[in-house]
Structure formats: C-alpha cells, structure tokens
Design a protein around this ligand. Structure first.
Ligand SMILES: [Cu+2]
Length: 456
C-alpha cells in the first residue's frame, strides 16, 4: 500500500509509515555522551529562547512545508549515570532521557518514532492537548508500534508550557529502564504569565534499582529503588545550574518516579509559575523554598538570583540524596565497637565497622566498591566531602560569569567574602544545660530508626 502525504496529514491517529515514505523521514540525530549540551538556538521556524537540559540536549528538527519534523528512535542505550558508572538503559536517540523537544505555540509538529526495542512501544505526549488518536496509549488510541516499525504522530502545539513524553506500552518496564523525555512549548508572544527569563533549566526525575556491580535496572522494583536521578544522573554526576546575580532563572522539573520529591532550593526564594496544566495565575503565586513534585507531575519555578553563592538544590527526602548501598545497613550510632572491631579487622583487613559515629565517615573512607557503581555519598566541595548522592546539584550564582561561559560548563567554587563562612569557635563558651546531663526519667524510651526501606 502506498501512503501519500495527504493521508498522513488527514489521519487522526498515529499511523505506520509505509516503506515508500521512509525516505521522507528526517535523520534521527544521536547523542552518545552525558554532557550538558549548549542550548539549541532555533535556526528555522519561529524564534524562541531555548532551554538548557541538564546533562542532556535538545533534538534538532527540519522544517517541511511549514511543519516541524522530529525523529525519535526508541532503543537500548548506555548511559553514564556518574563518572565511572555506566548503566544499560532504554531511551531515545542514544541516551536516557531522550532529547528535549522544543517547539513554539501554534507550531504544527510531526514526530516520527522508530522502534528499535525488542518489544512494542508507543509515545504519550504528557500534558498536550491533541487529537485523541495522537495521545499514544497502546491499545486504546493506537495499535502498538512493533519492533522495527516507524509510526508518525502529528498535532499542533496549542498551549505554551512544560511537558514530557514517555511510553504508554509496558510502562512499568519501559519507564524503569529510562524511557522518557522533556518537551517545552515556548510562547508565541509575550504574556504577563510567562516572563522572559535569562536561564531556563529542565530535568526529569527518575529512579532505578541497579545492584552495585551490575549495570541493568531491576524492572520489578516498586518502592525499593537505590538510584534517584535527575536526567538519569546521580550526584556528583549532575551538572551545576549557573546564573549571574539578579538573573531570572526558570527551572522545570518533571517526575516519572513512583514517589513524590520535595525539591528544595537554598538561598533565594522562588515562585511556582507553572504546572503541567499551564501557567499559574499571578494572584495564585507565593514565595517558596520547597516545591513537592508529585508522581506524574511537572513544576516550573522561577527564582531571581539575588544572592551570590553555591546554593544547594536537592530533593528533601534524605534517602534520595544517596546512591546505591544505602540499604540494609543497621543503625550503629552509639554502639561501642571497642574490643570487637580490632580482632575482626585483623582477621578481615578490609573490614570497616560502619556508622558508629553516623555515616559521614563513609564519604571519606575509601571502601572497596564493586567495579560499576556510584559511591553512596560523594562529591568534593571546597571544604571537603559533601556527603550527598542522588538528587542533588548546586545553583551557582556569581556577580559575573567567566568570559565565554556556556551553559553546561562548570565554574569554580564560590569565593566567600572574608568573615562570612561558619568557623570554629575557640573563645569562651556560656554554660549550657545538656539533656544528656539530666537524670533519666522513668518514661524514657529508646528511639530506634527503621532499618531498611522495606519497613516504611
Ligand atoms: Cu526525592
């Protein structure tokens, strides 16, 4: 059967592309690395200010008779999740997450999706208002895309805002394997609800369960994930967000994990200016330092970077700022190992008694780790170990940015003005009553922390 262009345009459902039409499919641009690409300046189509995808990139398109054409390839990929730690994931065009798609309100968009996975897939354009047959739900709005086949989706990007895309076929497996991507529809004209910003950073929250030493996620995991990622990267593998003092910075976050993530910014306050449903009315905005991004949600925040510094930006669930190996470790704080650790260490020289003074020691001890994993808590700052992993990065605000600086490039640590850093106090101390010095009451209880994720 020959499928002409007319029938593709007129179709209200995603259609298989006949072989004869394949020559008309745009090149599927591939990316192999995990560096943050400079924003993709639009060479054709309506102008816009492009976003920066943390440790990712935006997909080039081609204009064909006024239609913006993209080509996504669903396929197995190798993703470096942190330096020295590579995972076997599924994604699009060589990476997980897939490339960010940027269009402008009113654009007619045609998306070719080629399936190079070993099973069927489809793409759901999360948050878009489109003809129902373009919604990408396997079995409900379209047949599944079989392995080896290419389907085409086409619709008009109606509303400016923050979106994502992901499969709606064997979702549990395909999202656990990393299939997802960001979508930004830029406004066609200025709007009081959508301010022009100086920087626009985007990332997706995803979680994986990869055993230390292994490289492929366990796909049946429902709650007990051990890697909490931004764009399939864990700290210290997540690039910093950089801004000049007083710049307005937009940060867009989408959550495709199975739990919520309270994203917390130190330093300057922000406002939530948009959700997956569109811009937030001005009267409904209030200052925040944490925004909870629930499962399947997107949040768009804006911050005016009034305060120079290295401001932490992280998920506030403490287990989400740790990497693998954080599980099944008993709480040993306060346990006295004297008389026990010595003989054991002589018998097993590399043995380390973990956690009797807390876990921070683990950030500085070099424990033997399996070959392919990320340290549980890592990252060196200007004052020593940062002791974080997972969903953690830094908003670096500076009076001036280095000449020629490009988004994605790191800059040196903040130079604190003299006398503005917390320091050891060596003078006299006022007498302080300590709870530990008080006699124990009869009703005293021993608090015992939960000992593994499976119990809470
Ligand atoms: Cu979290």
């Amino acid at each position: 059967m020959t499928m002409n262009r007319r029938s593709l345009l007129g179709g209200m459902t995603a259609l298989p592309v006949a072989t004869a039409a394949l020559a008309a499919v745009p090149e599927a641009v591939q990316q192999s690395g995990s560096a943050t690409a400079p924003p993709l300046q639009p060479a054709t189509g309506r102008p816009y200010r492009p976003v920066t995808t943390l440790n990712g990139w935006s997909l080039p398109w081609r204009m064909k008779n006024g239609v913006k054409e993209f080509h996504l390839v669903a396929e197995p990929v190798r993703r470096e999740m942190a330096p020295g730690f590579v995972a076997n994931l599924w994604g699009y065009n060589g990476q997980s997450p897939g490339p960010t798609i940027e269009v402008v309100e009113g654009d007619r968009v045609r998306l070719f999706v080629t399936n190079r996975l070993p099973e069927v897939t489809s793409v759901h354009w999360h948050g878009q208002r489109l003809p129902c047959g373009m919604d990408g739900v396997t079995g409900l709005t379209q047949p599944a895309i079989p392995p080896g086949k290419t389907f085409v989706y086409e619709f008009v990007a109606q509303r400016p805002g923050t979106y994502m895309y992901h499969p709606h076929a064997d979702e549990m497996v395909q999202m656990a394997m990393g299939m997802m991507g960001f979508w930004v529809t830029h406004p066609k004209r200025a709007s009081p609800l959508i301010r022009e910003v100086d920087r626009d950073y985007v990332f997706l929250l995803a979680s994986y369960d990869i055993e230390p030493g292994a490289a492929t996620p366990k796909i049946m995991t429902m709650t007990d994930f051990n890697l909490w990622t931004w764009n399939s990267r864990v700290f210290p593998g997540i690039d910093a967000l950089v801004a000049k003092k007083n710049e307005r910075v937009r940060i867009r976050v989408g959550n495709l994990t199975m739990t919520n993530h309270p994203i917390h910014l130190h330093g300057p306050h922000f406002e939530v200016t948009g959700t997956d449903g569109g811009p937030v009315p001005l009267a409904a905005r209030w200052p925040e330092v944490t925004v909870d991004v629930a499962v399947g949600q997107m949040r768009q925040i804006e911050v005016v970077c009034t305060d120079p510094g290295d401001w932490a930006l992280h998920c506030h669930k403490s287990h989400h700022t740790m990497n693998a190996m954080g599980h099944g470790v008993p709480t040993l704080i306060g346990v006295d190992h004297r008389g026990l650790a010595g003989p054991l260490q002589r018998a097993v020289p590399e043995m380390m008694v973990m956690g009797e003074r807390g876990m921070h020691d683990m950030t500085e001890m070099s424990m033997p780790l399996p070959d392919n994993t990320a340290p549980m808590m890592a990252g060196q700052g200007p004052f020593g170990a940062i002791g974080m992993g997972g969903m953690f990065s830094v908003l670096k605000v500076r009076e001036q940015l280095p000449t020629g600086w490009q988004p994605g490039q790191d800059i040196p640590w903040f130079q604190h003005p003299p006398g503005t850093v917390a320091r050891e106090w060596t003078g006299d101390l006022p007498a302080a009553d300590s709870a530990a010095a008080a006699p124990a009451s009869k009703s005293e209880v021993q608090v015992r922390k939960p000992q593994g994720h499976q119990h809470h």
